[in-house]
Design a protein around this ligand. Structure first.
Ligand code: LLP
Length: 425
């Protein structure tokens, strides 16, 4: 496969037949650090961020990296240093954001099930805004804030009932999803928020789904949000910011989602037309900042030819890369070393004891045992969703910056996995 055919980022390319991440040969990293190994390109992350910033040039805007996509400290540090805030969904993510050098004031807290303890900790740390997802949550948040003698800045997450045309598990803005406050309840929720002593209203929020590859669902959602801004402000409640969530897709298999700057050019035209150009715009992108900036390098263990299927068994598995098993997701898989050997068709599978443990199906491969493959577009929702199933330690991670490679996570050992466990007396 030539570099021209690699999906995603130009920061991964073949040089003299060897796949590189920026200036580092992936095979050298695999031999030095072992496999499975996640490798990330810092330049790729910063390039994705720059595309959003071009789209927002000259505007009041802030970017909150949705850290659920990849919450490794070394990745968060890149975004904190680049001036991003963080969109969090748990108390655990708050601690990570702070540990990576994030500023609590640049943290916004999303999620349908915030606990009182999480609210308390977030208020104590001084986060910027809670994205409230139900009327019941508003009441609890006000109570918790009052007990602490504080007020919580909130935006209400609206469920705009827009079909993002993506996988059903990752669409979030439909009436049938658990997320957000239904469109017709939003004004009511804001009126209540305005009465509550522990709440101050900061803005409005929405997020319609993930891996969105078309502009239209975004434009629809923007129209519906702006309708609500008009309605809520007619009732005398001022909304300082509009948080438009994340969701922009990436290329896994040659999809062509709009570029972040182009998407925002169209969205901002709409915002201006409707007279809201003065509002602060906030976004919560995850996948589009990191997805194409990472790969997972894995070693071929065995080839197992069969009557119906040929299997290529590798040392990465569904615990490292859960997306194929969970969403039937496609990730391109390419060899680290180009070869002219004859290719055969394989299902690429891991060592985990589940038939669902597959990484790729019906792929043409010429690789032999002992050689390495790269699972592409593995920067988002892979390491952050990894598990220890089958008592497999989570993989190591390396961040590449030009010709330098920094280990940002060591491979977990069996001792790490048993650390919190005890034998009964
Ligand atoms: N904001 C909120 C409130 C969200 O729920 C999400 C993602 C994001 C922002 C970031 O969305 P992104 O820009 O990454 O699309 N595990 C799935 C994706 C789940 C996304 C959940 N919410 C996958 O591997 O495809």
């Amino acid at each position: 496969m030539s570099s021209a055919a690699l999906p995603g980022s130009p920061h991964f390319a073949y040089r003299s037949g060897r796949l590189h991440c920026e200036d580092v040969a992936l095979e050298d990293l695999a031999r030095r650090h072992g496999t499975p190994l996640f490798v990330y390109s810092k330049a790729a992350m910063l390039a994705s961020l720059a595309a959003y910033r071009r789209g927002f040039a000259g505007r009041k805007s802030r970017i909150f990296y949705a850290m659920k996509a990849n919450s490794s400290l070394g990745i968060l540090q890149v975004f904190a240093r680049a001036g991003c805030g963080f969109d969090i969904v748990s108390g655990g993510e708050l601690e990570r954001a702070l540990a990576a050098g994030g500023d609590a004031r640049d943290v916004i807290f999303s999620g349908v099930g915030k606990t009182r303890a999480e609210m308390r900790r977030a208020l104590e740390a001084g986060i910027g805004c809670f994205n409230v997802e139900s009327e019941a949550e508003l009441e609890v948040l006000s109570e918790v804030a009052r007990e602490m003698g504080r007020t919580a800045a909130v935006s209400i997450r609206v469920n705009p009932n827009v079909d993002p045309k993506t996988h059903p598990y990752i669409s979030t803005g439909l009436r049938s999803n658990k997320f957000g406050v239904a469109h017709e309840r939003v004004l009511h929720a804001y009126r209540r928020a305005a009465e509550l002593p522990g709440i101050s209203i900061a803005g409005i929020d929405c997020h319609i789904g993930s891996q969105i590859t078309e502009t239209d669902p975004y434009l629809d959602a923007m129209d519906r949000i702006l309708d609500l801004v008009e309605e809520v402000e007619r009732a005398g409640i001022r909304l300082g910011h509009i948080d438009f969530g994340g969701g922009l897709g990436i290329s896994y298999a040659g999809e062509q989602p709009p570029r972040a700057d182009e998407l925002w050019r169209s969205l901002l035209e709409r915002v201006d037309e409707r007279g809201f150009g003065d509002r602060e715009l906030m976004i919560e992108p995850g996948r589009s900042l990191v997805g194409n900036a990472g790969v997972c390098v894995t070693e071929v263990l065995y080839l197992k030819p069969g009557e119906q299927k040929n299997f290529c068994i590798v040392d990465a598995a569904m615990n490292d890369l859960p997306r194929p098993a969970m969403y039937q997701a496609y990730h391109a898989v390419v060899p680290l070393a180009e070869s002219s050997r004859e290719a055969h068709t394989y299902d690429i599978v891991g060592p985990v004891c589940e038939s669902g443990d597959w990484l790729a199906r019906d792929r043409e491969l010429a690789a032999q045992p002992g050689e390495f493959l790269a699972v592409m577009s593995a920067g988002a929702y892979c390491m952050s969703m990894a598990s220890n199933y089958n008592t497999r330690g989570r993989a190591a991670e390396v961040l590449v910056d030009g010709g330098q490679a920094h280990v940002i996570r060591e491979r977990e050992t069996p001792a790490d996995l048993m650390l919190k466990e005890k034998l009964a007396p």
